[in-house]
Design a protein around this ligand. Structure first.
Ligand SMILES: C[S@@+](CC[C@H](N)C(=O)[O-])C[C@H]1O[C@@H](n2cnc3c(N)ncnc32)[C@H](O)[C@@H]1O
Length: 271
């Protein structure tokens, strides 16, 4: 991205305004990601000037909320990247055969579709003992977590929930359908808890057997990736399994700590 010095100063002014008035930490995220999101909001507000947009942000609480929503993009799907779920299926089969309790952390969980997918997979596969599976979903977005706890998803012009649930043998066993609304059934919800957690600030959680951290690292500034990985590592059981997003990877200086279980699908075992 090439900006003049004046434009750079004005862009930084917008970032300062975000830091001061929006419950979001711009310093965590890489500049190209912030730039794309801010530019999209500026277009919606019909301005090309960062100085003008800074003024709008200062004066307009609705714009601050709209920008917050744009920045914490919580795009997700049930069974996102279906090929990864075949690898996870094998991991859960093995672990539930060997262990009394298998703890899975979906961090970040966005609106809950990822942790519910884990629970649905466990219920759906006859070789996985779902009574041994416990899932935690966490996110920094309270709004996403409210939606997750509610567990109702809608088919819209851009989202086809029935298609997302296709990897299941009988989706109706796990969701109650009312026209375009899909309500997650209690037998699935019972396996999943939700909590607020900031992966950079809040540090490690109890050791988990499986940690899914998908589609967040791509937005995180290089300086904060280490803190995030420290949290993930400290939250993994000794023989734990880490799953990243399909375009994400373990930083090279840490790759000796992980052994690929399936490199292409981004599933790694802790050494
Ligand atoms: C693109 S979604 C990924 C959801 C899911 N893991 C998936 O792959 O479909 C990214 C999520 O990260 C959350 N997030 C952003 N920064 C975070 C942080 N520092 N700690 C925890 N969650 C964060 C956002 O609120 C958003 O819900």
């Amino acid at each position: 991205m090439s900006r003049s010095r004046d434009e750079e100063t004005e862009f930084e002014g917008v970032l300062r305004q975000i830091d001061d008035t929006v419950p979001f930490e711009p310093g965590y995220y890489n500049e190209s990601y912030l730039d794309r999101r801010i530019t999209a909001r500026m277009r919606r507000r019909d301005t090309e000037s960062h100085a003008e947009y800074e003024r709008i942000l200062r004066e307009d609480a609705d714009e601050r909320q709209a920008l917050m929503d744009a920045l914490t993009i919580n795009v997700t799907e049930f069974f996102r990247n279906p090929e990864m779920w075949d690898v996870l299926r094998d991991v859960l089969r093995d672990r539930t055969a060997d262990q009394r309790r298998v703890r899975v952390w979906s961090a970040p969980s966005a609106d809950g579709r990822e942790p519910y997918s884990v629970a649905m997979l466990a219920c759906d596969d006859p070789e996985i003992d779902e009574s041994r599976v416990e899932v935690l979903g966490s996110d920094i977005s309270e709004e996403a977590l409210d939606n997750a706890r509610e567990g109702v998803y809608h088919t819209t012009r851009t989202t086809d929930i029935a298609e997302e649930l296709e990897p299941l043998s009988d989706p109706d066993e796990y969701v109650e359908r009312d026209e375009d609304a899909f309500r997650v059934r209690p037998a699935v919800k019972r396996l999943v808890d939700f909590e607020t957690h900031d992966l950079i600030r809040d540090g490690a959680r109890d050791p988990f057997d499986v940690v899914l951290c998908r589609n967040l690292l791509i937005y995180i500034d290089v300086d904060h990736k280490a803190a995030l990985f420290d949290t993930l590592e400290a939250s993994l059981a000794e023989d734990g399994v880490l799953v990243l997003g399909m375009t994400e990877s373990v930083p090279p200086d840490r790759s000796d700590r992980y052994e690929p279980i399936d490199k292409r699908r981004r599933v790694f075992g802790r050494r």
